[in-house]
Design a protein around this ligand. Structure first.
Ligand SMILES: [Zn+2]
Length: 60
């Protein structure tokens, strides 16, 4: 099937204004996710306990 572009977060059709996302909400969510990743990885060696945590999840 054709590979259409969809929001990587919620799979809705992309809005050109917010691409590659579908809305400002998803774009902001992705930005926050990036900041969160950096915030959680201050440059230390990989910690086994931290490594066992799920990559993502708490999406309520
Ligand atoms: Zn979206």
């Amino acid at each position: 099937m054709p590979h259409k572009r969809h929001c990587p977060l919620c799979a809705n059709p992309i809005d050109p204004e917010f691409r590659p996302f579908c809305s400002r909400g998803c774009r902001d969510r992705d930005l926050l996710s990036w900041f969160g990743e950096q915030y959680r990885t201050p440059g230390r060696p990989t910690d086994e306990e931290a490594d066992s945590l799920p990559a993502s999840g708490n999406d309520d």
